[in-house]
Design a protein around this ligand. Structure first.
Ligand code: ADP
Ligand code: NI
Length: 215
C-alpha cells in the first residue's frame, strides 16, 4: 500500500487511542473499507478518498468545544509534514470541512466526487446495527436518556439546534439517522443504506413496543 496511506493509518490510530467508541479507530477503519468498496465503482482519486476517510474525524468539533477548524487543520498539518502534494491536501481539507451532516444543515460550499464517496462511507456507519450501537454509545457518553415520550423529536433542526441538543438518544434516529438513506450520493451507498435502514426501522418498532409495555 501507498506509504503515505500507511503512515496516516499509524497517525490516526495513535491520535484516536482512548476516543469515544463511536468515533474511535474502528469507526475510521470501517469508513475506510466502505470508501474503498464505493470507490471501486465510482473511480474517484484513491489517494484523496483514502486520506479523507482516514482523517475525517481526527479532531471532531463535538469533542473539541465546537471548534470546526481544528479537524481540517490537524489533517492538513499532518499531510504537509509528510510532504503531500498541496492540491491533494487542499482537497482533503475541503472534504473534511464540508462532509459532516451538521455541515449539510448549513450552507454547502464544496462538492466533489471524492467528497460524495467519503460522505457515503461515513453515513453508512451511522445506520444499521453498528449505527444503533454508535448512537447509544454517544448518548451514554453524554449521559442522555434512552427515550422520553415527553420530548418529541425535532425534525427541522437548524445547525445550532443540532449541535446543542440534549434530547434522548431515540430522538436522534428520527432527527438524523432515518434521513440518511435518502441523502446517499452513490449507487452502492444507496443499496447498502436501504438494507441498513430497514433493519433500523424494525429495531425502532420493537423498541417502542417494549417501551410501551406491549411486548
Ligand atoms: P456529523 O459529524 O456528520 O455532523 P455527528 O457527529 O452528529 O454527525 O454524528 C456522528 C455519529 O455520532 C452519529 O451517527 C451518532 O452515532 C452519534 N451521534 C451524534 N449526535 C448524536 C445524538 N444526539 N444522539 C446519539 N448519537 C449521536
Ligand atoms: Ni465519522
Amino acid at each position: 500500500m501507498n506509504l503515505i496511506i500507511n503512515d496516516t493509518i499509524q497517525f490516526v490510530k495513535e491520535t484516536l487511542a482512548g476516543a469515544e467508541a463511536g468515533h474511535d479507530w474502528f469507526h475510521i477503519e470501517r469508513v475506510f473499507h466502505n470508501a474503498k468498496a464505493i470507490n471501486e465503482t465510482e473511480q474517484g482519486n484513491w489517494l484523496v478518498v483514502a486520506l479523507a476517510a482516514l482523517l475525517h474525524d481526527i479532531a471532531d468539533a463535538k469533542f473539541h468545544n465546537g471548534d470546526e477548524e481544528i479537524g481540517p487543520k490537524t489533517a492538513a498539518d499532518f499531510l504537509t509534514m509528510k510532504g503531500v502534494d498541496p492540491d491533494v491536501i487542499q482537497h482533503v481539507r475541503d472534504i473534511i470541512s464540508n462532509m459532516s451532516y451538521k455541515s449539510s444543515l448549513g450552507e454547502v460550499t464544496f462538492r466533489s466526487k471524492e467528497m460524495e464517496i467519503v460522505q457515503d462511507a461515513d453515513r453508512l456507519d451511522a445506520i444499521g446495527a453498528i449505527g444503533i450501537a454508535r448512537a447509544f454509545t454517544y448518548g451514554g457518553y453524554k449521559n442522555r436518556a434512552l427515550y422520553d415520550p415527553a420530548i418529541p423529536p425535532n425534525l427541522q433542526m437548524s445547525k445550532d439546534e443540532y449541535k446543542n441538543t440534549t434530547a434522548p438518544t431515540i430522538n436522534h434516529f428520527y432527527e438524523k439517522l432515518l434521513k440518511l438513506k435518502d441523502l446517499m450520493n452513490t449507487g452502492k451507498g444507496k443499496a447498502i443504506a436501504a438494507q441498513r435502514h430497514d433493519f433500523m426501522e424494525a429495531y425502532l418498532e420493537q423498541f417502542l413496543q417494549e417501551a410501551e409495555g406491549k411486548r
